[in-house]
Design a protein around this ligand. Structure first.
Ligand SMILES: [Zn+2]
Ligand SMILES: [Zn+2]
Length: 163
């Protein structure tokens, strides 16, 4: 029983840690020397061709530590690593569903989703995309959103007008 709780804990912790890993990878690598793979994600929609972006390669990059955790976790007594692998997979799935499907609408699913949190995520990532250059971006994370993006719709519209 205690072991089950421990494994669930490790999985949840990994999902949370992945938000910070993704944030720092986005800020320091993707907007750094890996900009060559990330640049096309910041291009305006009409300049894109085809379904895939070079940016999608990052899903493969993050699949490597995940796969290694599965393999080592299953093949050695270090069983906890299996749950690190599962945590990374879950974060990847959440990232795909929120970032690629909900925000960028690569599939037409759950577009009607509307809550304070979902609006905050949209605004935060929208302000990330407002910059099309490598430098001085903001909102590099996905799930953890600056409180300023949680303002009520009316307050937000006022702010947008005054800018
Ligand atoms: Zn970016
Ligand atoms: Zn994006």
């Amino acid at each position: 029983m205690i072991q089950v709780l421990m494994y669930i804990g490790i999985t949840i912790l990994t999902v949370l840690v992945m938000e910070f890993v993704a944030w720092s990878a986005h800020k320091y690598l993707m907007h750094g020397w890996l900009w060559i793979w990330h640049e096309d994600h910041h291009k305006p929609h009409h300049e894109k061709e085809g379904f895939f972006e070079k940016n999608d390669l990052f899903f493969l990059v993050f699949a490597i530590p995940s796969a290694l955790s599965y393999i080592v976790g299953l093949a050695t007594p270090q069983r906890w690593l299996l749950f690190v692998g599962i945590g990374i997979s879950i974060y990847g799935l959440i990232y795909f569903l929120i970032h690629d499907v909900y925000i960028h609408q690569r599939f037409k699913w759950f577009r009607q989703l509307d809550s304070r949190y979902s609006r905050a995520i949209l605004r935060a990532h929208g302000s990330h995309h407002a910059k099309t250059h490598k430098e001085d971006g903001e909102s590099f994370g996905l799930l953890i959103v600056h409180p300023k993006y949680f303002k009520k719709r009316s307050e937000w519209n006022e702010k947008a007008k005054s800018e």
